[in-house]
Design a protein around this ligand. Sequence first.
Ligand code: DCM
Ligand code: DCM
Ligand code: DCM
Ligand code: ZN
Ligand code: ZN
Length: 263
Amino acid sequence: WRKEGHYMVCKIAENFLTSEASAAVAKLLPDWAGGELAATCSWADDERRKYPWSGELHFADTQGDCQFIYDRDCHNMKGEKDMCVVGGINNYTAALMNSSAPSVDPTVSLMFLAHFLGDIHQPLHCGSVQDYGGNTIAISWYNRTMTNLHRVWDQDIVDKAMKDYYGNDLSIMTNVIMLNITENWSDEEEQWEMCTSKTKTCADKYAMESAQLACDVAYAGVKQGSVLGDEYFFSALPVVRKRIAQGGVRLAAILNRIFSESG
Ligand code: DCM
Ligand code: DCM
Ligand code: DCM
Ligand code: ZN
Ligand code: ZN
């Protein structure tokens, strides 16, 4: 996602934090965040140049079979293990849980974790290695030529939804998604949070879902040079809304677990 997607994920998470986790997060936030987790959630993109190795932690390349398999898919171009978005989430979660002897600045760990929980829910961040998660699929978005499928999912669908339905107001879109969680998805919401692993996060499950959605929705019917318009937008938007909701709920669940065990 671009900054709007990340902001919504983190704003939703803020609303699902326990008071204990909320207080622990507030202590870790940098001064410039003004006490708002969501203000830090694009930091990992803004500062990518400062942490060159971190670029490959924003996504996982899969093999075009609609699945994410950790041992096969979680490595970078050089083949180094754990260098993918799932490894990033697991490692920064572990770093925050080990707060007595932090090997990484916990503020940095928190900002990476919050960002990667967003990215892992963008289906094309677990898309195919053949097209770099849609980056090499050139398409037209309505009458705009010269964009690519990945950018449509990072930005254009959110932009159009904001403009068409939410008066270009990010806080309205965020609040509507939050209302959906409590009113329409309350049964599913418990499932979203569920993670029985004691030692790891359930991030590989989220990547598996994204890989499947990439096949079923993001890549569906799209070819090099396709012109995407209303039909595509109306199939993609519900998925974008739900993935942002799930990202927020699951980020909160992870932070709630981290800060109840160490507190
Ligand atoms: N990006 C940018 N300027 C920013 C923040 C992000 O150009 N201030 C770009 C970097 C990525 C894309 O946005 O190409 C989204 O990155 P991601 O989906 O990994 O968050
Ligand atoms: N930073 C940012 N956005 C801001 C302010 C600062 O991305 N609005 C960056 C600059 C630093 C990093 O965050 O690289 C940490 O800032 P500080 O040390 O001021 O907390
Ligand atoms: N990306 C991806 N899969 C890849 C390469 C990149 O999902 N194999 C993502 C990361 C950014 C966006 O695509 O969100 C653009 O990447 P970059 O800025 O590295 O070109
Ligand atoms: Zn992206
Ligand atoms: Zn990112």
